[in-house]
Design a protein around this ligand. Structure first.
Ligand code: HEM
Length: 457
């Protein structure tokens, strides 16, 4: 649609704003959202429908829930949108800088082009061995009867995998430290959109100082990996080598700062999300022994005692369905946002330029219009027939359009392989007496981890 068409369409619209919750004159809906982000987003959808107007301080925001509207923003009219302001806060800028997740325009296009080959299917296939080898190495230290924080284990495992596959760096020795640093650094994101968040981002509060200290230590580790590689001058064929070798049109190379931003983005985007998928999957499996039994039967018939390889993936259909269903109920990226460049039309409403548009995987994935018994964990629902009739953006754990997650195939392969390699050897039972609460920060994490008791098969 041309800009002219867009303008004439908008001129014919009703001028009323979409309905929305009562907003405080100063803070808007900030406090209600902050008290319970997922509950608030869910209630808004129930009470006000597919397009909801919700102001945060002076910033006009819209929550959108319908797959067709999400598709309009992410795909058909994507040129009218950039990433939302949540990626522009000082903490976020300090963390991932101008890496793939947050950059825009021609610069983003170039970086995406450079990074893409590392994620091509043939290339990812070569990573499968690292994924299973690292999983088996972890399992060798597991004892039957012991209680472990499975979320911590999954975080360490996926961090080691992403470091080895994309940067050919063995972080086994530093993985625990990096894991701890990352979990400290993402802490303040659990109270985004609050006054505390605004102040901590800008003033030298104790949290602000802790954040910057942690970022500094993380930088030292990442710059260490970059410097080592620059000094060795060996092309190891991994993503870091490709980024190091990449030349701009004017012949200049990527700066250390840009390399650091890309590396930090990939560490963060590539390990916590997959770790969370695994943590939530173990949590769900422990509550559904019938699903676990069916998974075990599939493993027995496809693999027996053999280590899974990527060639086995097409046959591990039920494992794939389990992961899909787990990401439906607990999408690690539980919400995403965009900012409108120009005024646009959505579902008959006129949405002003500079509005922040938010969509919630957590809510749309549980919409009874698209998912029968939406609160139930039912991997069986993911038949080919079901997928064919599902509106494209009723399920979007990896986002969509040109900014679709670059690591989606990587993540699907990794999570299925880890699931199968572990379930082949252990059964995981929830340790009694814990309340598992999903906390929406940058991603959807279990508040105090997930303690599980190991039972050797
Ligand atoms: C289950 C695992 C994962 C989930 C749920 C997930 C989710 C997402 C989502 C929703 C986006 C889109 C954000 C937006 O458009 O605003 C995204 C982008 C991205 N993801 Fe993932 N991701 C996962 C795994 C990975 C992995 C394994 C990597 C890399 C190793 C990765 C790297 C990235 C990067 C670099 C982007 C930005 C892409 C761009 O804008 O060009 N992700 N991810």
């Amino acid at each position: 649609m041309s800009t002219l068409d867009l303008k004439s369409n908008i001129a014919n619209l009703k001028s009323a704003s979409p309905p929305g919750p009562k907003a405080h004159w100063l803070t808007g809906v900030m406090r209600d959202y902050q008290n319970d982000p997922l509950g608030f987003a869910t209630r808004c959808a129930r009470e006000f429908g597919d397009i909801v107007s919700a102001r945060f301080l002076y910033v006009p925001c819209f929550f959108i829930y319908h797959p067709d509207h999400i598709e309009q923003v992410l795909v058909t009219q994507q040129r009218n949108f950039i990433k939302s302001v949540s990626l522009q806060t000082p903490f976020m800028r300090r963390l991932i800088g101008n890496g793939l997740l947050s950059s825009e325009g021609e610069f983003w296009k170039r970086q995406r082009r450079l990074a893409q080959p590392a994620f091509h299917r043939e290339r990812i296939n070569t990573y499968s061995q690292t994924m299973t080898a690292y999983t088996e190495r972890m399992l060798a230290s597991w004892q039957t009867g012991e209680t472990r924080d499975i979320h911590e284990d999954m975080m360490q495992l996926t961090l080691e995998i992403v470091a080895k596959t994309l940067f050919d760096a063995d972080v086994t020795d530093t993985a625990r430290e990096v894991g701890q640093l990352l979990s400290v650094i993402v802490e303040p994101f659990s109270y985004q959109a609050s006054f505390k968040w605004i102040l901590d981002n800008r003033l030298p509060t104790p949290m602000n100082r802790r954040f910057h200290r942690t970022a500094q230590r993380l930088d030292e580790i990442v710059f260490g990996i970059i410097n080592e590689r620059r000094a060795s001058k060996v092309d190891r064929g991994d993503l870091l080598s490709m980024l190091l070798a990449a030349l701009d049109e004017d012949g200049s190379q990527m700066t250390d700062q840009q390399l650091r931003d890309e590396a930090m983005t990939l560490f963060l985007a590539g390990h916590e999300t997959t770790a969370l998928t695994m943590s939530w999957t173990w949590y769900l499996l422990a509550q559904h022994p019938e699903v676990e039994a069916k998974l075990r039967a599939e493993i027995e018939s496809v693999l027996g005692e053999r280590t899974p390889t990527m060639a086995d993936l097409p046959a591990l259909k039920y494992a794939d369905q389990i992961i899909k269903e787990s990401m439906r109920l607990y999408p690690p990226a539980y919400a995403m946002g965009r900012q409108a460049l120009q005024e646009f039309e959505l579902g008959g409403y006129r949405i002003p330029a500079k509005s922040q548009i938010f969509f919630f995987q957590y809510v749309t994935h549980r919409d009874p219009r698209f998912f029968d018994e939406p609160e139930q964990f039912k991997p069986e629902r993911w038949t080919e027939e079901f997928v064919r009739q599902l509106p494209r953006y009723a399920y979007f754990p990896f986002g969509g359009g040109p900014r679709l997650c670059i690591g989606n195939s990587f993540a699907m392969m990794e999570t299925v392989l880890i699931l199968v390699a572990i379930a082949q050897k252990f059964s995981l039972k929830l340790a009694p007496g814990q309340a598992i609460t999903p906390i929406p920060g940058i991603t959807l994490r279990p508040e105090n981890g997930i303690k599980m008791i190991l039972e050797k098969r």
